[in-house]
Design a binder for this molecule. Structure first.
Ligand code: PXG
Length: 289
């Protein structure tokens, strides 16, 4: 595997960054997780846009233009002959000194890894997955805004550990007010009476790209789509529930905190959206070859 670091392609064993990089020392940086399907990078423009928005929010000047970054992602896939897989794009504050001051960092580092992806087990897509709500709440948007896809993912990691300790793969995170925000690496949707509902972004969710695509697909199929504040009660009493994310795509949820959702099986609206999403991933995106 060839890894892109600051304009060079390095072998895996030589793809190293400094212990003085503030990405390592302080989690000072931003990232994206992107998929390639069938020789195309899915929703690359949206991922690049979100990367630059995250960077702007933390005053991180990315040393490439968005067009150059787009080209670098495609070129890294090509270099690795990757037709289907996962692309991790990372921009760190760069090499600095021991001390928080980002002004001591010389230049942000850009890292692109094009690899294979590990998904949830296939049977969870067929039967649906159980999740729980965990005690760790989402960060306040007045602190490090959860909309920033920063390298500081401890909030989500703590929630993931709590999910794993409860014997499940994902967890619902509530915000400080007790409303549903999202999961540790996925956005949450419910279907109720033919309407598609997902928490608003101000509830503490990431501006998920899969979330956006699913809302578009649902609206196009004639479903009413809205973004109200949701409580656990709303989720327990939904007809259907599913999660969305670049890695997970769309995964049905059939149990939340011990409550069976709907029929206890993946619902019809969820299945339709899964099929439409599959159709889209196979034909659209930035061509690699
Ligand atoms: N919420 C959070 C907190 C995320 O990190 C999503 C929602 C879904 O957003 P997208 O844009 O992917 O629809 C994410 C994305 C990983 C991994 O390595 C995590 C994500 C995406 C890809 C891989 O665990 N999270």
């Amino acid at each position: 595997m060839k890894i892109f670091i600051d304009g060079q392609y390095l072998d895996e064993q030589n793809a190293k960054i400094s212990v003085f990089d503030h990405g390592l020392l302080y989690g000072d940086g931003v990232f994206e997780g992107i998929r390639a399907y069938n020789g195309r990078v899915f929703r690359l423009k949206e991922h690049i846009d979100r990367l630059y928005c995250s960077a702007k929010a933390i005053l991180l000047p990315i040393p490439l233009t968005p067009a150059e970054m787009t080209q670098a992602v495609v070129a890294t896939c090509r270099e690795n002959n990757l037709r289907d897989g996962y692309i991790r794009l990372v921009v760190t504050r760069g090499i600095g000194t021991l001390g928080l001051n980002p002004n001591r960092c010389q230049r942000p580092s850009v890292i692109i890894i094009a690899d294979t992806i590990q998904l949830y087990p296939p049977e969870l897509y067929e039967r649906g997955m159980a999740i729980v709500t965990v005690p760790t709440t989402r960060n306040l948007h007045s602190a490090v805004n959860p909309a920033i896809k920063s390298l500081n993912y401890l909030n989500n990691i703590l929630a993931k550990i709590e999910a794993n300790n409860a014997g499940v793969e994902e967890a619902i995170m509530l915000n400080a007010e007790g409303y549903v925000a999202e999961c540790t690496g996925d956005n949450l949707f419910i279907v109720k009476g033919g309407h598609l509902l997902t928490p608003p972004l101000y509830a503490g969710a990431l501006y998920g790209i899969t979330r956006g695509v699913v809302m578009e697909l649902a609206a196009r199929a004639g479903m009413k789509v809205s973004e109200p504040n949701l409580t656990r009660y709303d989720v327990f009493n939904a007809d259907e529930c599913f999660l969305t994310g670049t890695g997970a795509e769309i995964i049905p949820i059939v149990k939340v905190d011990g409550r069976v959702i709907g029929t206890g099986h993946p619902g019809e609206a969820t299945k339709q959206l899964v099929a439409q999403y599959r159709g889209l991933t196979q034909v659209s995106g930035e061509p690699i070859f």
